[in-house]
Design a protein around this ligand. Structure first.
Ligand SMILES: O=C(CO)[C@H](O)[C@H](O)COP(=O)(O)O
Ligand SMILES: [Fe+2]
Length: 223
């Protein structure tokens, strides 16, 4: 099994975003995580698809778009055209989740669903056959730099068992408060993709920060 780190540009310096993306790519990032917030689904506003337009030509890494917005269906085409490789939508924001997943896949993009810390995995058991990724939030969405919520760890374990039981090929991604310490129980519980915003971009040496988190995750599963 392989651990993949997805730096979140939410914590990057927007005045030099291109360099910030290239730096983490060279440091060993496997995806670029893009946090889209609308000020309605979450109490914060970040940015829209024009940021993908700007960074898409600069990197070959998959762009992992985390939509924290109401009415995601209305914006999926825009993000698809801007070059998203993964689009994840919150189950709490989707009235017709299956339809939204089909819409994402109709553009040839990988589809994922996101669960807030309090949302049970039962809410997605009937769409598991239709998705490529589940993103479990380990903070309440809306802000970078928050504290990891440990009580989500048993949910990662339960989801990992469910995916195995059903013989599915679905990646588990974890988002919020990931550090070289908090990645350990999550990797042991079966997650393989880890978003890290402030733990990478707040450090002067991004390569060292990313490699430290990655090494901790790999050691957690390989011993
Ligand atoms: O979705 C998010 C917040 O809603 C971010 O991806 C997440 O918070 C990453 O930031 P950090 O690693 O600093 O917690
Ligand atoms: Fe995110």
């Amino acid at each position: 099994m392989m651990i993949q780190i997805a730096p979140s540009i939410l914590a990057a310096n927007f005045a030099k975003l291109g360099e910030e993306v290239k730096e983490v790519e060279q440091a060993g990032a496997k995806l670029i995580h893009i946090d889209v917030m609308d000020g309605h689904f979450v109490p914060n506003i970040s940015f829209g698809s024009i940021v993908l337009d700007a960074i898409r030509p600069l990197t070959d890494l998959p762009l992992d778009v985390h939509l924290m917005i109401e009415n995601p269906d209305q914006y999926i085409e825009q993000f698809a055209q801007a070059g998203a490789d993964y689009i994840t939508v919150h189950v709490e924001a989707c009235r017709h989740l299956h339809r939204t997943i089909q819409l994402i896949r109709s553009y040839g993009i990988k589809a994922g669903v996101v669960l807030n810390p309090h949302t049970p995995i039962e809410s997605i058991q009937h769409v598991l056959e239709d998705i490529d990724m589940v993103l479990l939030m380990t903070v309440n969405p809306g802000f970078g730099g928050q504290k990891f919520i440990h009580s989500v760890v048993p949910k990662i374990e339960a989801l990992s068992s469910l995916i195995k039981e059903r013989g599915l090929d679905i990646a588990i991604e974890i988002d919020g408060g990931i550090t070289a310490e908090t990645i350990v129980p999550c990797a042991q519980a079966g997650a393989t993709i880890f978003v890290a915003g402030s733990a990478i971009y707040s450090k002067e040496d991004r390569t060292a920060a990313l490699q430290e988190i990655l090494a901790a995750g790999e050691a957690a599963i390989n011993g």
